[in-house]
Design a protein around this ligand. Structure first.
Ligand SMILES: [Zn+2]
Ligand SMILES: [Zn+2]
Ligand SMILES: [Zn+2]
Length: 391
């Protein structure tokens, strides 16, 4: 395809930047097709043209997934990550440990703050660790035949040229590392067909009255008279009255074509961007459950963003090196087959963790502080009920 033809295929998205994933842009000429369960709106196969490069594209369902062309990132520039070696390891003080526990005890409504105020410190043991995260921002494409009512809008048919292949269509990309879906019509695949739902009539037979325009009278059950032999005044003795759903016409407007009798049939390309995340915390055998790390903030040690990141080697914590190698490999296997990896980002965070041992009323207890916010994890906190602390 020459450059000019390619340029004409550029499909512009919104100018306002990021749009939430549920908002899907479609060119104005292609309004959303009406959805109605009564009508089979998916066009039958004999209504669909043969389009080179789009064989196997069906109507309805989830669309035909189109694998990306052979990776184009081979030979792309790859930078070795340079972890910042001189990170600070904050060792928490007794003062900070007490404040954290006090705050924890007062945040739970029936916990007493007394142990936190009165405790005697025995030991503060650091279990500082690292969190590794890999983000792979991918794009996948699928195609599907679809229809909209034809109301005289522009028809981008095959007279304007050959349709570009799915991965040759230029679609404006959203913000990197954000999930997003965009639907665009494939250029030069549109054509006008008679509506299959109404045989191009624009109206369909009313199913309520089987197209007669009249239904049986509910009051006299169609007899025309009541038990007392009086004539039924609801239907004037006819036993039938006007169908309220079609106003007696026997037909209803076709929702598939919105009464136009014609449909514009075209191939729709669905482009899906997804941020895939793998995360792992180096296990320091501290006894702190993994879930405890999920909501805490770490201190950034390294951010490495490239088209394709390299596994981290030589980081002081060997588990981070292994996590990086495993995650990159896993994303390659999982994602590269079905989508194109546009950009990757790996992040290492330092997570301060301290186990605090203390004594209160001649008994020993311990708790953890975790993350830069010193979030407390204290399942054996001694005064879980206000009444106990009175003793
Ligand atoms: Zn009646
Ligand atoms: Zn009717
Ligand atoms: Zn129709």
């Amino acid at each position: 395809m020459d450059k000019q033809a390619l340029l004409s295929n550029i499909v512009h998205g919104e100018q306002s930047g990021y749009v939430p994933p549920e908002l899907v842009s479609t060119a104005a000429a292609y309004p959303e097709a009406p959805q109605d369960e009564e009508y089979a709106s998916a066009p039958p196969a004999n209504m669909l043209d043969d389009v080179v490069g789009y064989e196997g594209t069906t109507a309805g369902g989830e669309g035909r997934f189109v694998p990306p062309p052979i990776s184009i990132v081979e030979g792309a520039r790859r930078d070795e990550p340079q972890p910042q070696r001189a990170w600070s390891i904050p060792s928490i003080s007794e003062q900070t440990a007490r404040e954290a526990l006090l705050q924890f005890a007062s945040s739970v409504c029936c916990y007493s703050t007394r142990p936190a105020k009165q405790m005697v410190f025995r030991d503060l043991r650091p279990y500082n660790t690292f969190r590794y995260r890999l983000e792979s921002f991918t794009e996948s494409r699928s195609t599907e035949w679809t229809t909209v009512p034809y109301k005289g809008q522009f028809v981008d048919g095959n007279v304007y040229g050959l349709p570009p292949l799915p991965w040759d269509i230029i679609v404006e990309m959203p913000l990197m590392f954000h999930n997003h879906i965009r639907n665009v019509p494939v250029p030069h695949t549109s054509s006008i067909k008679g509506c299959h739902s109404c045989m191009a009539m624009g109206r369909r037979a009313c199913t309520n009255c089987t197209a007669t325009g009249r239904v049986r009278c509910q009051v006299c059950n169609g007899r025309g008279y009541r038990l007392s032999d009086d004539q039924c005044n609801h239907c004037n003795g006819n036993g039938l009255h006007r169908c309220s759903l079609c106003s007696g016409s026997g037909t209803k407007p076709c929702k598939t074509c919105e009464q136009s009798g014609q449909l514009m049939v075209y191939i729709q390309l669905t482009v899906k961007w997804q941020n895939n995340i793998l995360e792992q915390v180096a296990d320091q055998q501290s006894g702190l459950p993994v879930e405890a790390y999920e909501k805490v903030t770490g201190q950034n040690v390294l951010t490495d963003e490239q088209v394709m990141v390299y596994p981290i080697v030589g980081f002081p914590e060997a588990q981070v090196n292994r996590a990086s190698q495993k995650a990159i490999q896993q994303h390659q296997v999982q994602l590269a087959r079905t989508s194109r990896i546009i950009q990757q980002r790996q992040i290492i965070e330092f997570i301060p963790v301290t186990q605090v041992f203390y004594e209160w009323k001649d008994k020993e207890y311990n708790y953890f502080t975790c993350g830069v916010e010193n979030k407390v994890y204290a399942p054996d906190y001694p005064a879980k009920c206000c009444c106990c602390s009175i003793l």
